[in-house]
Design a protein around this ligand. Sequence first.
Ligand SMILES: Cc1cc2nc3c(=O)[nH]c(=O)nc-3n(C[C@H](O)[C@H](O)[C@H](O)COP(=O)(O)OP(=O)(O)OC[C@H]3O[C@@H](n4cnc5c(N)ncnc54)[C@H](O)[C@@H]3O)c2cc1C
Length: 617
Amino acid sequence: MLKSASRAGHRPLQALSLGRPYTRHSPIPKERVHIRHSRQFTSSSTLLRPDGERPVQETSNQGQKQQSAGSNYGLIASAFGAALALASLGGYYVGAGKQQQPAVLTTSTTPLKDMQPPQHDTSSENIKAATAEFVEIVGEDNVMSEKEAVETYATSDWSSYTPKKTEVAAVVVSPSTTEEVSRIMKVCHRRRLPVTAYAGGTSLEGHFAPTRGGVCIDFANMNQILKLHKDDLDVVVQPAVQWELLNDELSKDGLFFPPDPGPGAMIGGMVGTGCSGTNAYAHGTMRDWVVSLTIVLADGTVIKTRQRPRKSSAGYDLTRAFIGNEGTLGLVTEATLKLAIKPNNESVAVAAFPTIHSAAACVSDIVKEGVQVAAVELMDDVQMKIVNMGGASARTWDEAPTLFFKFAGTPDAVKEQVKIVQKLVKKANSKSFDFARNAEEINALWSARKVALWSVFEMRQDPSDHFWTTDVAVPISRLADIIEETKDDIRKSGLVGGIVGHVGDGNFHSKFPSVQETFQVQALTDLKAFLLFSEKEKRTAEGLVHRMVKRAVEMEGTVTGEHGVGMIKRDYLAHELGESTVDAMRRMKQAFDPLCLLNCDKVVRVQQPKPGEVSEW
Ligand SMILES: Cc1cc2nc3c(=O)[nH]c(=O)nc-3n(C[C@H](O)[C@H](O)[C@H](O)COP(=O)(O)OP(=O)(O)OC[C@H]3O[C@@H](n4cnc5c(N)ncnc54)[C@H](O)[C@@H]3O)c2cc1C
């Protein structure tokens, strides 16, 4: 083990009184657990298991193997294919609590109308009995059931989703190993208990709201960096390793892990949302930096998606299937991550523009010119004004649309990049161009971008005021249009709202000592709106977000560039991708999690909405 990150280090949001207190439960009386035996073959997550899996998989999957062997299904298929085949060939039915013969499915997708509501058992007797089993697995100190403490796992001050009173777990369990997670899932599977995974708790759209109650698995104890392979430029970590702490550790060896979402986010949650951040322009998203995952499936089966080579064309790409799954297909208990060489030279420049259009045109020119900028961030005039009002930045800014550039590389390369960008900024009629000459100036210039979100948050007039940060992404040619239209909409609504974006599009060629690798970064035009509103203004804020999403889809964009759909944007998926694509995703969910135990209700609906629950498009 290289490092055992401290709890305090793991909960920075707590310092901002956004995290949950670490109250532990009072001892739970142990009771004799009555294990109900039932035929479960139709509700398992996999079929036969190939040989040669890791020892933990061997142990954890033994029960599963017996279960599979006892089933009527002689199909051999690998991972994802097996899962889909299972669903298609009749191994699936929803509501498996009822003992019934599985129907033979012949179709490739599952429309919502064909679903039966999931059958969970969250009765207090079942929870009590399960809790006793959890205590057996992880020990008393790692099981918590006090209402007040458990409620803090349902939402955060950042979340745009307000959970209903019932949407809270009954018990929070904190495992330390893959095997413990597997054993916990076996209990939940046998007892039909819904499960929500919790990592850093920084996701924004209600991702970890326990809509079905049941069990929350808090991964906080699984915070170890297990193995650093310096020569191979990869690292094996547990899911509660925080990206900033990982980078602190890696910097000692001149390495870094590029995805940079919210402060306090952890690898398990970052896989869950398929996050990115300011480094995405040059380095891509979480999808580009995960080599392999160890996953505990809904029935407790443990799978590993790949070995450690940086590329492989062996079988389905299960790693990517689990990235962005919001904890609905399986639980990440270990991740092998690619690493980059930490640039030994960095600089920052800031340019203000007369209009959003001129700022966007400048980004477009930089992209076309192929300039290797490390990051380009955009903030609109309102956001710059909010930063000034907040007073947390190192200087007072021109309240105009502003681009923040980061440069990285050798001193000569950085100089060259700055020169080209300065020329392009001038061509776009910029009002100013400031370039940092030393570390102090770098911090001063980047400080406005860093405090952007906090500054909006600080403007709350009342503790009950809400804060909503939401994102969409569009092709780069539509960037200026979506910003202009959204700004206009916010202005008319009377709400306080700033616009911030990770913008740009580029090619990045990184040369590693042992591995030569080139990858192309996607169009990055992720646009965030930070909205502040009172309870009375909630409908207005919802309308704004709805129209922003609609605008993005109409511009051939996406409803979320990096935050994930959570509870808020789930119903927009069909507008972006089409009903059939969502139906295919629903089939995938069924295949991996037939009982809908894992973060049920996220990504795809499994039950018809109530009247009025879904906004008119
Ligand atoms: C101030 C601030 C700034 C932010 N900036 C960005 C940004 O620039 N870019 C960006 O992409 N995001 C940003 N975010 C959002 C957030 O940081 C990311 O979504 C992040 O990836 C969430 O990680 P987490 O550890 O907090 O996950 P959580 O919120 O705990 O969980 C996220 C999802 O993953 C699931 N999950 C958690 N652990 C596991 C596991 N072990 N296995 C399977 N599923 C799991 C959860 O059930 C949930 O569905 C920001 C948030 C804040 C508060």
